[in-house]
Structure formats: C-alpha cells, structure tokens
Design a protein. Structure first.
Length: 212
C-alpha cells in the first residue's frame, strides 16, 4: 500500500520524538541504546504501518485524516516503546489505532465535509487490477463499509480487530481491557449485523438479475 512507508513516517515527525526520548536515556544507558530504539521503531513501522492505515480506514477515518491518525499512533508507539513486548507489537498498535480513531472521530465530528471525503479515493495497493476484479473488489469494500456503518462503536472496534485484522480474542481483550467473553459477545453481535447487510446485498443482486 505504501512502498516507502518507513521513510515517509520517519520524515514526518517520528525522528524528533525518537531523538528526544533517546537523549533522555543517554544519561543512564550507553549510546547504543538510542540506536537500538531507532532500529526497533523502524522495524515496527516497516512491518505494521499498512495495517495501522488499513485499520484506521475500516474504523471510519476519512481519507483526508488517515495520515494524521497513523502519525498519532506511531508517536504513541515511540513514547511507549519500552512497554511493548516483543512479538506483540501488532496487537498494541491496532488497539492503539482503535482508541485514536475513536477520539479522532469525536473531536472531528463537527468539521464540515470536504467534497473529496469519499472512500473511493483510497488506493488499494500497488498491484494492478483488471476491470472485473476491480469492480468485484469495490463491491466487497462497499458491503464491508455498509456493515461497519450499521455497527455501534464497540461492535465496529471488535469486528475490525477480530474479523478483518485477525487478532485473537485474547489479544483484543488484553489490549482493550475487556474479558474474552465480552470480546466474543461483541464479535457475535457484529457478525449478525454483517450477515444482515450481506443478505440485503444478495437480495438486491437477485432482484437485479431477474430484471436483467
């Protein structure tokens, strides 16, 4: 989705944040520690920035705001780097994305809409698609977006992390401060919403097919 993600996000604000944190640590640790922090952040960005960006989109962040939300998530990552356990970065980042997206939507709710605020404007990735495949992909995205729009915020959050980003119930529970039973219950309700949307879409397809 973003072939030069590491350089993009380092250049847009992560370096000053990381440099400030590293400088504070130098009084009590060797200079190599700052380099290790920088290397870990760059690795995290390279592995996970696309998932952060995609999750923010799925949680309803408009195209014009996606880069700012991703930037905010990555700044939180830098500030809490020592709290993130190795191999659990993805769960931390996506849960953070969920919280940032929720705050962002609340604070931006009164902003006037722009003419370009359409999810059709979001690039899907570097791989070229043929017309038929592109149309099918567009229909799939429209179905998912319609279902997400019908879910409440809690259902949408769990559905995105569990079904779309494939975090485990345990990871979601730990990151969001919930019990696994609550995660499963919200996921079940979200699936019911999605199934209703899917059934309506299939019914419309059948009607259009008969008319054709």
């Amino acid at each position: 989705m973003r072939s030069n993600a590491v350089s993009d996000w380092s250049a847009s604000g992560l370096e000053p944040e990381l440099a400030g944190r590293s400088a504070d640590a130098l009084d009590a640790a060797p200079a190599a520690q700052g380099g290790a922090r920088s290397a870990r952040v760059e690795q995290i960005v390279a592995r996970h920035v696309d998932a952060i960006w995609r999750t923010a989109r799925e949680l309803g962040i408009l195209p014009r705001d996606l880069d700012d939300v991703v930037q905010e998530v990555l700044v939180v990552c830098v500030r809490r780097l020592s709290d993130i356990e190795p191999e659990r970065e993805r769960a931390f980042l996506l849960a953070t994305t969920s919280r940032v997206a929720a705050n962002w939507r609340r604070t931006r709710r009164r902003r006037p809409a722009d003419p370009v605020d359409s999810f059709d404007e979001i690039p899907e990735g570097p791989r070229a698609r043929g017309p038929a495949e592109a149309l099918e992909r567009k229909r799939e995205l429209e179905l998912v977006q319609a279902a997400l729009d019908e879910m409440n915020e809690q259902q949408r959050e769990v559905f995105t992390l569990f079904e779309l980003e494939e975090l485990t119930a345990r990871e979601i529970a730990e990151q969001l401060g919930l019990s696994e039973s609550v995660v499963f219950a919200r996921a079940q309700r979200a699936r019911a919403v999605f199934q209703r949307c899917l059934s309506r879409a299939e019914a419309r397809t059948d009607v259009n097919g008969r008319r054709g």
